[in-house]
Unconditional design. Structure first.
Length: 179
């Protein structure tokens, strides 16, 4: 399901990760798909990840999205939870974090909800958040409860973005099946 042109600025894609509801601005979403097979990281990727402790457990592999490679990132692992095998019932949220195309693993996508500006509460004091929750920038009051707003633009640090770009470059240069 592609969202792009139909989404409004106030729309949030609501999804679950470990039974916690998150919202991502729908305008940032490229497409939603059911989870699919993930290609393991290419040879040499571990060297790139050795100095990136937050990305290492979360970057699970690569998928091909209409000819463009995307890093598959487990939001559960990124938020400090234990990694688990990919389930067929999960969704991939294809979105751009800066210039990087990523496939975010979500347990389930629930809906697209409108969140008027007056119903948004920004988190002023980010120091209260754990280091693995820094990508949560606010909360939206929806009719069925609160949703934590996820900031995709700060999702990857500069170092993580550079490492992901290099890993995807490695994947493109390796012959098919040589991971």
């Amino acid at each position: 399901m592609a969202l792009g042109n139909e989404a409004k600025a106030s729309d949030l894609l609501i999804f679950l990760v470990d039974e916690v509801r998150f919202g991502l601005p729908a305008l940032e979403v490229v497409e939603l798909t059911m989870a699919c097979a993930v290609t393991p990281l290419p040879q040499g990727a571990q060297i790139e990840l050795d100095n990136l402790p937050a990305l290492r457990p979360a970057l699970e592999g690569i998928v091909n999205y209409h000819g463009e490679l995307a890093g598959v990132i487990s939001l559960s692992s990124r938020f400090g939870q234990k990694s688990r095998p990919l389930r067929a019932s999960e969704h991939f949220i294809f979105a751009r974090s800066g210039k990087d195309l990523v496939a975010l693993r979500a347990d389930r996508v629930l809906e697209i909800a409108s969140a008027p500006v007056e119903d948004l509460e920004l988190i002023d004091n980010l120091s209260n958040l754990k280091s693995n929750q820094k990508n949560v920038t606010g909360a939206a009051k929806l009719s069925d409860g609160l949703v934590l707003i996820f900031d995709l633009q700060t999702f990857l640090t500069t170092s993580e973005s550079e490492a992901l770009a290099h890993i995807l470059s490695l994947a493109r240069s390796q012959p098919e099946g040589a991971t």
